[in-house]
Write a protein that binds this ligand. Structure first.
Ligand SMILES: *Cc1c(COP(=O)(O)O)cnc(C)c1O
Ligand SMILES: [Zn+2]
Length: 409
């Protein structure tokens, strides 16, 4: 594998991977894993199936016996011709991360971070979550035989995710308040009690797993770079990780270019879009964020410095969409393409619609929308659908039942 170190995102000081926490000891900046890509290596990528661990030479886990896996990554990149025609785009692709083992992209990060935790000798893991991080961590810690504690905002987590956490035997703590407060508590606890290893996306090892999303897209497109990649943005770990992945393949000269990164947020939970649109260099938190897309209901995004850099460097942008637009996009993707995603994921489709109407995406461009989580996670959407979409009632007794059935067909 390539050699690597941890480095402060702000002041660029380096730290050895073993002793580092989650913030720079000097300036408090976020940390990131930096591989020395100038080294000459010939990884055996061609002989391995598409998956997170296909790229193990670019993942910060040394001991193969420490790897904890449920077969993550290798998700479909679906050419969406019918939806594309509707949006006036010939080359629209959906990278469907709902196909991961626990139903979201979080598994890419979790398989790497839990393997690293095992390598570092950790026994107890901890996270705050709007649902999918917790569901993923619960599954991977079960597989690793580790103790797992999750803090989730009470009453604001989708039913399917809640069920996953409980089923995998994690210790579930519901806190009154929103995600941002749950994360604060988790970080304080991890600081105070070193035996609890924090698995939120400020854990730089998680983002290393998530960057494989970009590697896969580039390999699936035949080592050609898409023009635009759209992702829903909550804490911003995923868009930062994807950008890091695209950048590493460019540095390795596997591709020449990098895509424009477009971050999509829900209108009433959009601190990043607000900062990008008003050209601010800092992201100010939003209090009491609201949206049906609970996975991106985040007012104080932990990875904001990385997100702003990804958007700026890539000449991308950020956009907002309403809950109504999100739900319409969710239905449209499912109906036209057979791909069922949760509301947060549909934000990337809704955002694309807005940006292409706006002329910010050209009809000739290759566009990849990342759909981040599976639609089955959040059955509460059923209650939000208009009556006209929820089916017919038919009395099946009586002689004329077949005629009655034919009438509604
Ligand atoms: C976690 C999550 C997001 C947001 O990802 P960030 O890395 O926090 O920006 C979006 N969609 C789904 C389904 C998620 O689970
Ligand atoms: Zn620093």
């Amino acid at each position: 594998m390539w050699s690597y170190k941890l480095q402060c995102f702000e002041c660029q000081r380096g730290f050895p991977a073993q002793e580092a926490g989650f913030r720079c000891k000097i300036c408090g900046g976020l940390l990131e894993v930096i591989f020395d890509l100038a080294e000459k290596r010939e990884p055996a990528w061609k002989s391995r199936q598409l998956s997170v661990w296909k790229y193990r030479e670019l993942l910060p886990v040394e001991k193969e016996e420490c790897i904890v896996s449920l077969a993550e990554g290798g998700t479909g990149l679906h050419h969406c011709k019918r939806l594309g025609r509707k949006l006036g785009l010939k080359k629209l692709y959906v990278k469907n991360e709902g196909e991961n083992p626990t139903g979201s992209f979080k598994d890419r990060g979790m398989t790497v971070a839990i393997s690293k935790a095992r390598e570092l000798g950790k026994k107890k893991v901890l996270c705050a979550s709007t649902g999918n991080t917790a569901a993923s961590l619960a599954a991977y810690s079960a597989r690793a035989g580790m103790e797992c504690i999750v803090l989730m905002p009470k009453g604001k987590v989708a039913g399917g995710k809640m069920l996953q956490v409980i089923m995998h035997g994690a210790k579930l703590i519901q806190v009154r308040g929103d995600f941002d407060q749950a994360l604060e508590m988790a970080m304080e606890l991890a600081d105070k009690r070193r035996e609890f290893y924090l698995m939120n996306s400020i854990n730089p090892f998680r983002l290393e797993g998530q960057k494989t999303l970009a590697f896969e897209i580039l390999h699936q497109l035949g080592e050609r770079c898409p023009d635009v990649v759209l992702l829903p943005v909550g804490n911003g770990g995923n868009i930062s990780a994807a950008w890091k992945g695209f950048s590493e393949f460019q540095q390795l000269k596997i591709v020449r270019d990098r895509p424009r990164m477009m971050g999509i947020q829900a209108e009433k939970a959009a601190p990043i879009a607000r900062a990008v649109k008003s050209r601010q260099s800092k992201v100010r938190p939003i209090h009491n964020p609201q949206t049906i897309a609970t996975a991106i209901r985040i007012g104080s995004p932990a990875s904001w410095p990385k997100v702003l850099r990804a958007i700026r460097e890539s000449k991308g942008t950020a956009e907002t969409v309403t809950d109504r637009q999100i739900l319409a996009a969710q239905k449209e993707l499912a109906t036209l393409e057979g791909i069922f995603v949760e509301p947060a994921s549909a934000a990337s489709i809704a955002g694309l619609k807005k940006l292409s109407e706006d002329g910010q995406v050209d009809p000739s461009e290759t566009v990849v929308c990342v759909t981040t989580g599976h639609g089955l996670k959040d059955p509460s959407v059923l209650e939000r659908l208009p009556k006209s979409q929820t089916g017919y009632n038919l009395e099946i007794t009586g002689a004329s039942r077949l005629e009655r059935l034919e009438r509604v067909l």
